[in-house]
Design a protein around this ligand. Structure first.
Ligand code: NDP
Ligand code: MG
Length: 400
């Protein structure tokens, strides 16, 4: 991964501005003393917030990507002179704006894939929160980053931590990367207790405040599964070089263990504004709005190995399997997860069914349909097929 020196004023196009990462990014921009300038914003359905953001930051472009919302939008509510774009394809336009040097990809889910690719193909500096792009199309994303000389900077806190820790050594000196996981709200639940957990309980994350989908992913540990695949691609690692440790306090965001036994970690309070800011300013560091460590009080840092034999941790084993197989297998894991999470949110399936469905979908795909080096079109097709397959499976389960 390469660094790029930041320019005097960094023009930023922000995709997914109305989400949790989007709002934190805006806070970082507003604390940058003018070093960062927002030239474009994209939101999907939350039009009220998008209008407020546009009034506050006055970007030249604003996009409403949900076609239904876009068809109802009243242009006069946006400030005069704002160029309003509509529909899903406007994400691509904002990802390739000539006036933007940096694109922040903060859309949730598979919907972020094409715009991440488009930003890389336009040689933008890409600050990536949308981990699903890397999970689905890791090989293509990394190839595009190299081919178009487009720096790819992780926003995900674990990967931001690994990225920073790697400054202490070379790639050939890595023994393993240790991703930390809070363990989510059900860290101490038995399998039996997990069978009846509610949506409300799953949404009550102990340390992070995030969007709905990633909060459910954190409860199932599928978020860590996605992050294993994300780390594989960002840092060019084998499955054997990736470990996960449960760290309930969420202060150590991840670590790199080097061949001599040194472990370098990055520590800060759980606040996404720090990894977002570092992705935007690195290799420089600047003061910013993120919360700081309070060293005048006692801190306890616990680390537990996840018990991979337990059913509730099987997403982690699935991710390591997917890293070994590579190809289209991670795309299937992601698509099945996105559909199953939605079914759980809608109250149609029990909690434990989410990860089980991901495992079944990957196994079925490995038996038939697996592609070792898929193209983007093939991945999109596999993603669509997996969504249909998963819906059929879960509808049958829900109606049983
Ligand atoms: P949110 O659900 O809070 O926000 C998602 C954003 O994407 C919103 O702006 C939403 O618009 C937009 N969006 C939703 N669907 C579509 C679509 N089909 N097309 C275009 N835009 C869409 O999610 P988060 O901010 O929590 O997460 C964003 C990404 O960052 C995810 O990939 C997540 O895994 C990753 N991430 C998040 C972290 C966090 O702390 N939140 C930490 C690390 C990674 P609208 O709301 O207007 O409908
Ligand atoms: Mg993370």
């Amino acid at each position: 991964m390469r660094f790029a020196l930041i320019m005097t004023r960094q023009n930023i196009s922000l995709l997914g501005s109305t989400g949790s990462i989007g709002c934190s990014t805006l806070d970082v921009i507003s604390h940058s003393d003018g070093a960062m300038h927002l030239c474009a914003l994209a939101g999907h359905s939350n039009i009220k917030l998008l209008i407020e953001q546009t009034q506050q930051f006055k970007p030249k472009y604003v996009a409403v990507t949900n076609p239904q919302t876009a068809s109802e939008v009243d242009k006069s509510l946006f400030p005069d002179g704002t160029i309003l774009l509509k529909g899903p394809e406007s994400l691509i336009q904002l990802a390739q704006l000539p006036e933007a040097q940096t694109v922040v990809c903060a859309v949730v889910g598979r919907a972020g894939l094409e715009s991440t690719m488009a930003a890389l193909q336009a040689s933008k500096r890409v600050a990536l929160a949308n981990k699903e792009s890397l999970v689905i199309g890791g090989e293509l994303v990394i190839e595009a980053s190299k081919k178009y000389n487009a720096p790819l900077l992780p926003i995900d806190s674990e990967h931001g931590a690994v990225f920073q820790s790697l400054r202490a050594g070379n790639h050939s000196e890595i023994k393993r990367v240790v991703l930390t996981a809070s363990g989510g709200p059900f860290r101490e639940y038995s399998e039996q207790q997990l069978q009846s957990v509610t949506l409300e309980q799953a949404l009550a994350h102990p340390t992070w405040k995030m969007g709905k989908k990633i909060t459910i992913d954190s409860a199932t540990l599928m978020n860590k599964a996605l992050e294993i695949v994300e780390a594989r691609w960002l840092f060019n690692l084998t499955a054997e070089q990736i470990a996960v440790v449960i760290h309930p306090q969420s202060y150590v965001h991840s670590m790199v263990e080097f061949v001599d036994g040194s472990v370098i970690a990055q520590i800060s309070p759980p606040d996404m504004r720090l990894p977002i800011q570092y992705a935007l300013t690195c290799p420089e560091r600047t003061p910013g709005p993120a919360s700081q460590m309070d060293w005048s009080v006692c801190h306890k840092l616990d680390f537990f190995p996840p018990d991979m034999t337990q059913k509730r941790f099987k997403g982690l084993s699935l991710a390591l399997k997917v890293v070994k197989y590579g190809g289209s297998s991670a795309c299937v894991m992601n698509a099945a997860n996105e559909v199953a999470v939605q079914y759980f949110i809608e109250g149609k399936i029990p909690f434990l069914e989410i990860v089980s469905t991901c495992c079944k979908a990957v196994d079925a795909h490995l038996q038939s349909g697996f592609i070792p080096h898929p193209t983007l079109d093939e991945l999109i097709q596999i993603d669509n097929q997996t969504r249909q397959w998963t819906q059929r499976e879960l509808d049958a389960l829900a109606n049983a």
